[in-house]
Ligand binder design. Structure first.
Ligand code: MG
Ligand code: MG
Ligand code: MG
Length: 305
């Protein structure tokens, strides 16, 4: 039996880097763990790994009979399908309480901060373990990504503090410049298929017996989507039908304007409208100041459904 550390399906940088940073910490504490991932690495994550000289963790989608640590999620809808046959030793996360159940006691580090890697940083501090320079640099990038360079309403003082300390360890002086480079890589949406774009940061949620899929793309200029909205809607419609989803939402976030264009395909569009107190036009609406799916989208949908 091995112990694996991994993040959610369609992993983002926090999930991939968190698997690496948490696994390294556990190994320093005398456990024998391996970081893994449940899906393809995003261009942003590839940029971070490359910058700090790391390889992506191995791809692994089945965990029956294994010990696992989960990072950056605790929802069955974001888990491997055989998660109930694995032993969850611990969870490190910054999302709402999920629906996973365990048969044995577990370690839980769950805090309302902007990034799972902020919590991992606090775990290193708690245990007095030194963070290698390169891992610190990647953790710093994960925090800058999840908090959208501290602009997201999910960002806390703990995140900025952890990020600055990690930048010092990594020897990165201008971390905001590095973050802009990272978001510019993330904004390159022209090389991907439309399906890959919708799925790049896509999560399913069960709400009142309905399955809602919510994707998000964060870019430095929304104009990149001007000529591809129709195709994005086509892919959203396919995903909606294939997954028997009640709704598929896509949040196109402009990190400079600090707001999001919400694209909606739903069996009940009026439910979505009343969740946010808006009227859709052409299945979309601009939501000023909305940058966080976790804090500004999901809670309103949960309440509505
Ligand atoms: Mg995540
Ligand atoms: Mg996260
Ligand atoms: Mg995110």
């Amino acid at each position: 039996m091995s112990t694996y550390v991994f993040g959610h399906t369609t992993p983002d940088s926090d999930s991939i880097i968190g698997a690496i940073s948490l696994s390294y910490l556990k190994n320093q504490l005398g456990e024998d763990t391996v970081p893994t991932r449940q899906g393809e690495v995003s261009p942003e994550t590839a940029f971070i790994l490359d910058r700090f000289g790391f390889q992506a963790p191995e791809l692994k989608t089945h965990y029956a009979g294994e010990n696992v640590y989960l990072i950056d999620f605790m929802e069955s809808s974001q888990s491997p399908e055989d998660i109930n046959e694995a032993t969850i030793l611990g969870i490190v996360d910054h999302h709402k309480l999920g629906d996973l159940k365990t048969a044995t006691p577990l370690e839980m580090w769950v805090r309302p901060v902007g990034c799972s890697n902020t919590i991992v940083k606090q775990m290193y501090d708690y245990h007095g373990v030194e963070i290698p320079k390169e891992i610190a640099g990647m953790m710093m990038c994960a925090i800058l990504s999840d908090t959208v360079i501290f602009k997201s309403p999910t960002c806390t003082k703990e995140d900025t503090k952890a990020c600055k300390e990690l930048a010092t360890i990594a020897g990165v002086e201008d971390y905001k410049a590095l973050a802009m480079e990272m978001f510019t890589v993330k904004s390159n949406v022209l090389n991907d298929t439309k399906r890959a774009l919708v799925l790049r940061d896509f999560k399913d949620f069960m709400m009142g017996g309905n399955k809602l899929g919510v994707g998000q793309l964060e870019v430095v200029d929304l104009a990149v989507f001007d000529d591809m909205k129709e195709e994005l809607f086509e892919e959203m419609a396919k995903l909606k039908a294939e997954g028997e989803r009640h709704s598929v939402l896509l949040l196109l976030t402009d990190i400079m304007l600090e707001g999001s264009q919400l694209l909606v395909l739903s069996d009940e569009p009026t439910q979505i409208e009343s969740a946010f107190g808006v009227k859709l036009a052409d299945n979309q609406v601009w939501l000023p100041k909305v940058m966080s799916r976790k804090k500004q989208i999901i809670p309103f949908l949960e309440k509505q459904f």
